[in-house]
Ligand binder design. Sequence first.
Ligand SMILES: *Cc1c(COP(=O)(O)O)cnc(C)c1O
Length: 370
Amino acid sequence: MIEFLPLKKITEKYASEIHEAVSKVVDSGWYLQGVEVEAFEREFAQYVGVRHCVGCGNGLDALTLIIRAFKIMGILQEGDEVIVPANTYIASILSVTENGLVPVLVEPDENTLEINPSLIEERITQRTKAIMIVHLYGRNAYSPKIGELCAKYNLKLIEDCAQSHGLEAKGSTPYYIYKAFSFYPTKNLGALGDAGAVVTDDAELAKIVRALGNYGSGTKYVFDYQGKNSRLDELQAAILRVKLRHLDDANRHRKEIADYYYKNICNPKVRLPQYTDENVYHIFPVLCEKRDELQAYLKEQGIQTLIHYPIPPHRQKCWQGTVMEQYINAKLNLPLTDRIAQQELSLPISQVITMDEAKCVVEKINVFSD
Ligand SMILES: *Cc1c(COP(=O)(O)O)cnc(C)c1O
């Protein structure tokens, strides 16, 4: 069987280095706020090319803490609006609502599946204070047009980088840098548990985020904010340091597989998003009107696929009884987001899938007919 993402195999690829790193932490007797976290923060900031990295508990916390810090800095207030892509994982939107801000969902571009920059300006109001872009599937969602809007309306740009580790290396540099990363095990850079980080050039925000993740404390036993406990631990940091060293190689392999898919998938029923060089291929999405049939057929052929995501955020029950319910369900018509949820299928891609397996995936897709 061709697994969608064989995590066990991925960990095995780095097993000896991981075991060594883990043993070192276990034997050290120091498990939080130690040398591994400090080293990872320094190495990851350098990798991204930004001054500050603050480790935290997970990707949702990274996003949430950026917005919390902006509130403390007086830049965002409850009730302010944040532009977010409608086609995203729900965590992007939860970070906005959790902070009492209002998400304004914008449809994607049909060809890129990323937020459509030309639909943003018409949604900007007096209350709009930020744009959150999500580099969904590993594609660069930033465009100069978004930078221009941020400058014109004095908006903060927040980047959800949970699916785009390594994308920075390709020169997509927005003017403002507030990046939230998740190191959930399946991500391009994945821990063996939950982990996340905020990466920014803004020293003040970095300091506040660090305090917020540590009960609101910058100095021991002094609490400046009502914070929470969201810290990166030494074990995960040590594991991430190992995997960071291999990230570029892993992304190169993903790209080889993706290039093969782009060159060879040829079936009028299966559509690929527009090709772009600025892509670390966290997910390889295809669109098919008979998506469920395609998925069932591939499963019969021994090929495992997933859907990202079958129910879009605005169709979720979780908003019931909140101010969001009326806002999200009644006022918004998001046909393209709905269509993507019905047609998207994610093909196997990772640093361990072989070219022979990719060939098999292509062969089966090319003879699919419903
Ligand atoms: C995974 C993911 C998150 C959340 O990360 P966690 O570490 O699971 O909290 C946020 N946004 C996107 C786009 C993601 O894919």
